[in-house]
Design a protein. Structure first.
Length: 104
């Protein structure tokens, strides 16, 4: 039986979503609304279905990633909850510095 986990967004993930929204909304607020809503639905789906995504231990221990359209949702999973660590454009160059331990 699948048990849905609670989920929450890190402060940095909330800032990421705001930046994504503001960038897209400059030219199309409806598209910005749809993208952010789609990301939120994907997060809820990940929390419900469980352990999914691609391991990204190269950035931080236990970090996983799931692609949604052109963006990548970075998260960590435990038995009880899901933490959305970052939401970034899929073409961004990243390193472990983009996932500081203090924010995970």
């Amino acid at each position: 039986m699948i048990t849905s986990r609670n989920y929450r967004y890190s402060r940095r993930a909330i800032r990421d979503l705001a930046q994504i929204y503001n960038f897209i909304a400059k030219s199309d607020t409806i598209a910005a609304d749809r993208l952010i809503e789609g990301i939120r639905r994907k997060v809820a789906s990940i929390a419900h279905t469980g352990f999914t995504g691609v391991p990204r231990d190269d950035f931080a221990p236990g970090l996983r990633a799931f692609i949604h359209k052109n963006h990548c949702i970075y998260f960590q999973v435990t038995d009880s909850h899901l933490l959305i660590v970052r939401v970034l454009h899929g073409r961004q160059d990243l390193s472990s510095e983009d996932f500081p331990e203090s924010e995970i």
